[in-house]
Ligand binder design. Sequence first.
Ligand SMILES: [Zn+2]
Length: 58
Amino acid sequence: MSNTAESPEHCPLCDKPAAPAHAPFCSRLCQDRDLRNWLNEGYRVPGPPQDTLEDPSA
Ligand SMILES: [Zn+2]
């Protein structure tokens, strides 16, 4: 790819300049927050709780 000399990344959560130690986030706080967000969405199962292929009371 192209040579990126200086590409200041910004925290996707608060849009602050990212810290190298926590890239692409600005701090561990945002890094942790994003991780928790991601996990929460992962645990969250979309759709109805009961998904029956055939309806017996049809
Ligand atoms: Zn941030």
